[in-house]
Write a protein that binds this ligand. Structure first.
Ligand SMILES: [Zn+2]
Ligand SMILES: [Zn+2]
Length: 256
């Protein structure tokens, strides 16, 4: 199973990265996990979007789905037709995309997309790849995704605070792709708001408790990249997790 980082910017696109988007390739199946702002362009550099097997959207914040509206235009008006693309996500996703594209949340996009509501714990099979969603700690309905091909497992946090659901989701994963949006506050600084995001320390702790083999930090935000704090986040994660730790970057390809 191969993971290609398409976009790894947290919350908003960065000058050097689209918002969240990952391509998972295994056994002829091409899965897109999230399709955030600006991701369709770099996705098209990695794969012809016509050949995507299915899209999984973790939650309804625009940095995780906004370019579904661009993909809608491409599939509807581009030169090549294909059967409707399965799009798995939280309840309400179809209405968001329809409203973004037509102004009418009830508009029919069934010529382009087949929307399927994710149900926590219920596995979705795409070819030989199995995707299981778990509700994680983030506003509204937000899911982490466990992607399994053969005996290889990728666990993607989506956006989440540290939580037990994420530990279970990532149990024995070969790669934990975890968000680390926040920087650990200094002792004199206010505590982080609960139920939103993780720091490198939290991501490392969850990866250790889940017995994951490797950790990749992602959803890193522009203002932290500018301040050079990502190095601190990697060190913070390493204070909790003994395995290999990497930082997601656009175009990065890893075998899981
Ligand atoms: Zn996000
Ligand atoms: Zn979010």
């Amino acid at each position: 199973m191969r993971l290609t980082v398409i976009g790894c910017a947290g919350s908003v696109p960065r000058p050097d990265s689209a918002a969240s988007c990952y391509l998972v390739s295994a056994g002829g199946v091409e899965l897109v996990l999230d399709l955030g702002n600006g991701a369709l362009g770099p996705l098209a550099a990695a794969i012809d979007p016509i050949n995507v097997s299915a899209v999984f959207i973790t939650h309804l914040h625009p940095d995780h789905w906004a370019d579904l509206s661009a993909l809608c235009v491409l599939l509807r008006h581009g030169p090549v037709r294909r059967p409707p693309l399965p799009v798995y996500g939280p309840r309400g996703l179809a209405q968001r995309v329809a409203a973004a594209n037509t102004g009418d949340p009830k508009a029919d996009l069934s010529d382009v997309f087949t929307f399927v509501t994710l149900r926590p714990g219920a596995a979705v099979e795409v070819g030989d790849v199995r995707v299981t969603a778990a509700e994680v700690a983030h506003p509204a309905q937000a899911y982490g995704l466990r992607v399994q091909s053969g005996d290889r497992v990728l666990a993607y946090s989506g956006d989440s605070d540290e939580c037990e659901a994420l530990v279970a989701l990532a149990r024995d994963a070969h790669l934990a792709l975890f968000e680390a949006s926040f920087i650990d506050p200094a002792p004199q600084e206010p505590a982080l708001p609960p139920g939103l995001h993780m720091t490198g320390t939290m991501a490392g702790r969850v990866a250790r408790r889940a017995a994951a083999a490797a950790l990749m930090l992602t959803h890193t935000v522009h203002w932290n990249a500018v301040s050079g704090a990502h190095d601190r986040e990697l060190k913070a994660a390493a204070s909790q997790f003994d395995g290999p730790i990497s930082l997601a970057a656009p175009g990065l390809v890893v075998e899981v």
